[in-house]
Write a protein that binds this ligand. Structure first.
Ligand code: ADP
Ligand code: 5GP
Length: 213
């Protein structure tokens, strides 16, 4: 049984990091795929937990080695999804959460059309700006870049299968969890279990026919 790939995107500050953390803590059988980035580590971050932090030459080496399922330049830094990690995690049967920007999501959906895609939309621009300022992790120049990029990014919502409006956090987490659970019940995801049940029905049918013929 192969796990679902779940792509989560939003403008910077939309809340995807927060929602993903909550989902990982409260939902069984789901893992996070740690991406590579060339951006500087923020206070509180840990190499190998939020990202694998590498310099540009190392990132280019990884591109040449075919290590990325997709990669993109986002807000002036390089980010890439590790193909080997995604393969290992999905093959273990776990669902895998990927946090990528909208270009990354588009590239990924071309390669893996069956992936589940969720766009996190902040309730308004004003809320997005307040949350990003309160997070206080960017210089004012970087903050401007992220806010300016959000105008284009929100227009990409219709490339995604689901949209979750991140107003009240608890509600948004519950909505995301509902999507993840529902996706596990798609007919084609349950082939093995369904086959087992139907084999049982076949055996019962033969017994039934013998008994009543
Ligand atoms: P992203 O990962 O999309 O850049 P974050 O998860 O870092 O965004 O969220 C940006 C900021 O907004 C963080 O400081 C986070 O604590 C806060 N935040 C996220 N979701 C909510 C919410 N529903 N209500 C209030 N604050 C939120
Ligand atoms: P941040 O620097 O705030 O952690 O992330 C900036 C942006 O890069 C976010 O939109 C985030 O989703 C995106 N990002 C993180 N990892 C990847 C990745 O592996 N690939 C792509 N394309 N974008 C990523």
């Amino acid at each position: 049984m192969i796990g679902n790939l779940i792509i989560v995107s939003s403008p910077s500050g939309g809340g995807k990091g927060t929602l993903i953390r909550e989902i990982l803590q409260t939902t069984p059988d789901i893992m996070f795929s740690v991406s590579y980035t060339t951006r500087a580590m923020r206070g509180g971050e840990q190499d190998g937990r939020e990202y694998f932090f590498v310099d540009v030459p190392k990132f280019k080496e990884l591109i040449a080695a075919g290590e990325f399922l997709e990669y993109a330049e986002v807000h002036g830094n390089l980010y890439g999804t590790s193909l080997s990690q995604v393969k290992k995690l999905t093959e273990s049967g776990k669902d895998v959460l990927l946090e990528v920007d909208v270009q990354g999501a588009k590239n990924m959906l071309e390669k893996v059309p069956d992936a589940v895609s969720i766009f996190i939309l902040p309730p308004s621009f004003a809320t997005l700006e307040t949350r990003l300022r309160m997070r206080a992790t960017e210089s004012s120049g970087d903050l401007q870049v992220r806010l300016r990029n959000s105008f284009q990014e929100v227009r990409e919502f219709n490339k995604f299968r689901f949209v979750v409006v991140n107003d009240d956090l608890e509600t948004a987490v519950e909505e995301m969890r509902t999507i993840i659970r529902a996706e596990r019940h798609r007919t084609n995801r349950q082939d093995a279990a369904i086959c087992g049940i139907l084999d049982g029905f076949d055996a019962a049918m033969h017994r039934f026919e013998k008994e009543f013929d």
